[in-house]
Design a protein around this ligand. Structure first.
Ligand code: SF4
Length: 104
């Protein structure tokens, strides 16, 4: 995807959240097993089901929880591309967003 495609998709995702898309932010996967289970569920979605991915992964368009976790500090975040590099998601993101696949 080109940079402008990434930007357009990032804006689309941002608009979905800004217009009130409710996502599953809980439970946060505390163990590797729970994390793996959530990844497996994501893999079962059709690859073009963007909204399904956002809902299942618990996307929010702001830092989350008492620790204010966000993509910026997540191990999957690619700073220069503003991209989530977790293969099961693989979407453009903003540094201040978050999802429950967050890891450091
Ligand atoms: S896994 Fe979630 S928190 Fe981490 S970069 Fe991707 S969307 Fe952001």
């Amino acid at each position: 995807m080109s940079k402008s495609d990434d930007d357009a998709l990032r804006e689309k995702i941002g608009a979905l959240m800004a217009t009130g898309l409710t996502t599953q932010t809980e439970p946060f996967p505390e163990t590797d097993r729970e994390f793996g289970h959530l990844l497996a569920e994501l893999r079962e979605l059709p690859s073009d089901d963007l909204q399904g991915k956002l809902v299942l992964s618990g996307f929010v368009d702001k830092p989350y929880g008492p620790d204010q976790m966000r993509c910026q500090e997540c191990m999957y975040y690619l700073v220069h591309r503003k991209w989530c590099d977790l293969p099961e998601l693989a979407v453009p993101v903003e540094p201040d967003w978050w999802c429950r696949l967050w890891r450091i």
